[in-house]
Design a protein around this ligand. Structure first.
Ligand code: ADP
Ligand code: MG
Length: 696
């Protein structure tokens, strides 16, 4: 019944049904039931007009006393209503002739909005609704918390504004809500005190209170998360079904020689990470692990250890990084530490064609054992003889497809993805729920936390003075700006402008510019000279955000810091504080900035804990900010809010995973489970269609 087309709902018909499909993805009655409000207006109590003061946001109702086009150039429509305690004018601009016909004197109407006082009480462009006096109490449009729905111009002109949706959805609920079953086992509903699905669907549209609306949302979120976790559990099981052909045994001697050759002693967390990786790599099924560690926690050495393990049993290793700068940095680190023990190649897009051909050949015949590079690694021409391990650095910079393409170049290769953005637990459990996760919390012992200060632009010259002091001590400095060039659209200082002015301010020092539009050769040249200390001050855009490691750089100045997100600022700041010296970060902002931006900067100045910052960012800006924009999919869950539903995520995960465990006792094959998953009564009514499309 619920999968019947909306075309058969009274008053919809084929034309409007098609519009609902193309504009809002609504095809069935079920889809309408799940078309949840984007927000609500509290119209549960009316305010007498006589008591409304300017600035109040209120709902009033009254009888239309007068409708007329007014204004010096007759530019607006004025609708005066009267509720016996006073009069109020609704003012409308645009489409006024159409509107004029819609309002007729004597009718009863509701206005919601903000009250102004200009000669008389008025509201400009109030939300309005017509009601008849009798239904004033039982109305779906007023006298209660009223749902507002997403709509489009086309939908509105076909009658599907919020009022139209309200009417249609109310009718559908009245007729069909009895057909909504309870998909979850009773014990789960009870255990987590969830409303029934039927109640939840009813009350998410027409809640008695805001609390009731939230309870309903959480119920729908539970369904969604439960299904997602089910899928993740099965997916993980599937990975373990694949038996990987191993080249041989990991050579413990090689690991010992690698550790002995390191210029420092690995931290406890680094050792633990290496141990977990070794264990995974000895498993009969492929490793699927994520290494999370705050900026500067030392993930590269762990990656190197993994590469040594794979190489020691004759497998090839691919290390993919998002930028050429980072790839070549890794190449230098790997070669300087691993030396002659394994042949290493660097493959990036900017190499000459003939050089690339040479490297392709070495990869193909196995002469290249560790291949480090950018997206160039996933080009069609690259074929490995025996790719056993894939390492992806700054993984959030890559899309799901890019990772998959690299994986296809091996026979069930082990996978290690690394990320410097600490990921809040709610995200780890959903977005990365089928990965094993290692977290490096400990920073190398010699580190001092970066001292962070906030300055208004008017004190920039003071900042310059401090910079001068550090440069004189042979320290190196980053200046970061949001734009490469000045633009007419936004009034921001650019990297080029800062570069010019810094050259004048520090004529005795070497100042260089680095940005994304420079050729790779020029970038490498500047970066190389900054690394070996020839450049004192590097002016840059966020191209230095990921991975760059220059321990002698101890000062960072971020101008227009208010333009960056929290996680991004934290990543930027992670470029300093990489050696034993005390490092500093100055966040400079225009003198006048919104409170919210100021708060963000204060948060950053008060903590160096990437996890705390990521949690905060998740609350402020949503999951997309943390995972990078390319991974929308999962983070677009329909009902769940990763910022506040951690308890639900944990519960749904526990229940779903233990259900899959139970299924394991009766089903051999993952594919059988998957079929069973789709048939389970538990999942009836859960929006599996949508989640499956997200997952695929
Ligand atoms: P990230 O986790 O941000 O990728 P890196 O791997 O680039 O960090 O390491 C940051 C810096 O810390 C490098 O200069 C590296 O040589 C150094 N480092 C890593 N581990 C240790 C350690 N255990 N002791 C001292 N320095 C270390
Ligand atoms: Mg790194």
């Amino acid at each position: 019944m619920l999968d019947k087309s909306v075309q058969f709902v009274k008053g919809i018909g084929p034309r409007r049904a098609e519009l609902l499909r193309s504009e809002a993805g609504i095809e069935t009655i079920d889809d309408l039931l799940y078309y949840v409000p984007r927000r609500y207006l509290d119209r549960s109590s009316f305010k007498p007009i006589g008591e409304c003061a300017a600035g109040d946001t209120v709902t009033v109702s009254g009888t239309i006393a007068r409708v007329g086009i007014a204004g010096r150039k007759r530019r607006f429509l004025e609708v005066v209503i009267d509720d016996g305690t006073g009069k109020l004018s609704g003012i409308f601009f645009g489409g006024i002739h159409y509107l004029e016909k819609a309002f007729s004197t004597g009718g009863v109407i509701i206005f919601s909005g903000k009250v102004d006082y200009y000669r008389t009480r008025q509201m400009v462009h109030p939300d309005f609704d017509f009601i008849d006096e009798d239904s004033r109490i039982s109305s779906i449009h007023a006298g209660r918390i009223v749902p507002l729905y997403r709509s489009t111009e086309k939908l509105k002109s076909a009658g599907f504004d919020s009022r139209g949706f309200r009417r249609t959805i109310r009718a559908v609920i009245d007729e069909h809500i009895e057909g909504v079953g309870e998909p979850l086992p009773g014990e789960l509903v009870e255990k987590y005190s969830l409303p029934s699905l039927r109640d939840a669907l009813l009350s998410i549209h027409f809640p008695e209170s805001f609390e009731a609306a939230e309870r309903s949302r959480r119920r729908l979120a539970f369904n969604e998360l439960f299904f997602l976790q089910f899928y993740l559990a099965i997916n993980r099981r599937r990975l373990r079904e694949d038996v990987k052909k191993r080249g041989g045994l990991i050579d413990e001697g090689a690991i010992g020689r690698f550790s002995a050759g390191l210029p420092f002693t690995p931290t406890g967390d680094q050792v633990r990470a290496m141990d977990e990786i070794r264990e995974n790599m000895n498993d009969p099924f492929p490793m699927n692990r994520m290494l999370q560690g705050d900026v500067g926690s030392g993930k590269t050495v762990v990656a190197m250890a993994a590469a040594v393990m794979a190489a020691s049993r004759g497998e090839q290793v691919a290390v993919m990084a998002p930028t050429e700068t980072l790839s070549s940095q890794h190449y230098h680190t790997f070669t300087s530490i691993l030396g002659e023990t394994a042949p290493i190649e660097l493959l990036t897009g900017s190499l000459s064609k003939s050089r690339k051909e040479e490297i392709y050949k070495r990869i193909r015949d196995g002469a290249a054992q560790i291949v480090i590079g950018t997206h160039a690694l996933i080009q069609r021409d690259v074929t490995f003889r025996d790719l056993g391990l894939i390492i992806i650095d700054e993984q959030h910079r890559f899309g799901v497809n890019q990772r998959a393409r690299l994986r296809e170049k091996g026979q069930l290769p082990d996978l290690l993805v690394m990320t410097a953005t600490p990921i809040p637990r709610s995200l780890s459990l959903t977005l990365y729920g089928d990965l094993d996760i290692t977290v490096i919390r400990e920073k190398p012992a010699n580190r001092l936390p970066v001292k962070t200060y906030i300055f208004p632009e008017s004190r920039l010259s003071g900042v310059y003075n401090s910079v001068r002091k550090y440069v004189a001590q042979k320290r190196q400095v980053y200046f970061v700006l949001p734009l490469i060039e000045e633009s007419e659209k936004v009034d921001l200082k650019s990297a080029k402008a800062a570069f010019e002015s810094l050259k004048n301010t520090f004529p005795e020092y070497s100042v260089e510019l680095l940005h994304g539009r420079m050729s790779q050769e020029d970038k490498d040249d500047v970066m190389g000279r900054f690394k070996n200390g020839e450049v004192d001050i590097l002016v840059s855009t966020t191209v230095i955000e990921v991975g760059v490691d220059v321990p002698n750089a101890t000062v960072m100045v971020v101008e227009h810091a208010e333009r960056f997100g929290l996680s991004q600022l934290h990543q930027l700041r992670g470029r300093v504080g990489r050696g034993a010296e005390q490092s500093f970060c100055a966040l400079v902002h225009p003198d006048d900035i919104p409170d919210e931006a100021r708060e963000r900067l204060t948060t950053l100045a008060s903590t160096d804990d990437g996890f705390a910052i990521a949690e905060e960012d998740l609350k402020l800006r949503g999951a997309g900010e943390i995972t990078g924009t390319r991974q929308h999919g999962y983070t677009d869950l329909e009902f769940s809010d990763l910022g506040k539903d951690l308890d639900l995520i944990v519960a749904a995960r526990q229940e779903a995973w233990s259900m899959v465990d139970a299924m394991e006792n009766v089903m051999e094959q993952t594919s059988d489970m998957e079929q069973a998953l789709l048939r389970l009564p538990v999942l009836e009514g859960i929006r599996s269609k949508r989640i499956l499309s997200i997952l695929s």
